[in-house]
Design a protein around this ligand. Structure first.
Ligand SMILES: Nc1ncnc2c1ncn2[C@@H]1O[C@H](COP(=O)(O)OP(=O)(O)OP(=O)(O)O)[C@@H](O)[C@H]1O
Ligand SMILES: [Mg+2]
Length: 345
């Protein structure tokens, strides 16, 4: 793509301070998202998806800190900004659709008041203009504007989630990050909400990062996929390419573990669990679970290799991926790797 990305995350490291020492939650993360693009971020629980979104949004908890890298929004590096500058950017330029509408909305405040409060933190807005804006936002996300003065508990889960989407759009940001925005909802409502988000995005062409456990949702909704493992992005590429020719053994395992649309395979779980984030790992973080791992994988962190078609992979043995993908459908392939872990240690 020849346009400049809306957001460009480069070499990002994030740590959480804990009683047992620093937990290295993100390592050398690279992700760029262009205008009008929807990128899906997938990976096992605890791999750092929310940490990445919170870092981009500038809402890490107090014990979390970016210790390296940059997050460029246009010409600005968000990590170099003062707290005040950062607050200007959050919501106005980048907004977030959180996972739980129940926790995100204040139960004792009317919904329109909450939306306008968020807007007023960034610009002056008169009564009339405010009312019009809320009505427009409600219409946009498919909720009757006559309900704008309701309290959150008067809304269904799906309606509350739509309100959060409306809130995220209120200041017309350039980037929206969504953390499991529909996990709590049934599939029908989930589908409606995504259809609406896609339509809104095509109309307003903001960039979007969608975090989800559900690969099928990414396949349906995102042009590009980033696969994360233990704090690193191990593979990224156009959705079609990742599905057709995944090059990282973890991606191949992940696609095995779910029944992705149109693939009639039995799901296979990858044996073992991700590494402890306190450990200093010299090699590839996936090596202990990887059937392709060689001695080099336990020693050297793989570089981010550009495969030429917009696909990037961090694996020393990506040239064996095609053959491996054929064997990966058999649980035996994975069991052997896991059985070998103890011998290596
Ligand atoms: N405030 C915190 N203090 C210490 N460690 C944290 C904190 N928040 C997250 N972590 C750790 O950082 C790692 C990444 O967590 P994160 O919430 O980003 O994962 P995730 O990919 O969003 O997982 P999930 O899919 O379960 O939401 C985890 O190991 C988690 O335990
Ligand atoms: Mg999360």
């Amino acid at each position: 793509m020849d346009t400049l990305p809306v957001i460009n995350v480069s070499g990002l490291d994030v740590e959480y301070r804990t009683a047992t020492g620093p937990a290295r939650a993100l390592r050398d993360v690279e992700i760029a998202v262009h205008q009008g693009e929807r990128v899906g971020l997938v990976g096992e629980s605890g791999c750092g998806k929310s940490t990445l979104l919170r870092t981009v949004m500038g809402v890490l908890p107090p014990n979390g800190k970016a210790t390296g890298g940059s997050i460029r929004l246009g010409d600005d590096d968000l990590l170099m900004m003062s707290g005040k500058e950062r607050r200007r950017v959050s919501w106005a330029e980048i907004s977030m659709i959180p996972q739980s509408a129940l926790n995100a909305l204040n139960p004792v405040k009317r919904i329109d008041a909450q939306i306008l409060e968020a807007v007023r933190a960034h610009r002056k807005i008169g009564k009339r203009e405010g009312r019009d804006l809320v009505a427009r936002l409600f219409t946009m996300v498919g909720v009757d504007p006559a309900r704008a003065s309701d309290y959150p508990h008067q809304f269904s889960g799906g309606m509350r989630q739509r309100v959060l989407i409306a809130m995220s759009l209120a200041l017309s940001p350039r980037l929206i990050v969504a953390d499991e925005p529909t996990t709590a909802l049934d599939v029908v409502v989930q589908d409606q909400i995504f259809r609406q988000l896609r339509a809104l995005q095509e109309e307003r062409s903001f960039a979007m990062i969608l975090v989800t456990h559900d690969i099928a949702l990414v396949v349906e909704n995102c042009q590009r996929i980033c696969v994360m493992y233990a704090g690193m992005i191990v593979e990224t590429g156009a959705t079609g390419d990742i599905l057709a020719t995944p090059r990282h053994p973890y991606t191949i395992g992940l696609l095995n573990a779910v029944s992705v649309l149109g693939r009639n395979r039995e799901p296979i779980a990858i044996p073992g669990s991700p590494p402890n984030l306190f450990e200093k790992l010299d090699g590839c973080r996936f090596a202990p679970r990887c059937p392709l791992a060689s001695a080099r994988c336990h020693r050297e962190v793989p570089e981010n290799t550009d495969l030429g078609n917009g696909q990037h992979v961090r694996c020393h043995h990506h040239d064996q991926a095609e053959d491996f993908a054929r064997r990966a459908g058999s649980p035996e392939t994975w069991r052997q790797a896991h059985a070998g872990v103890d011998e290596l240690r």
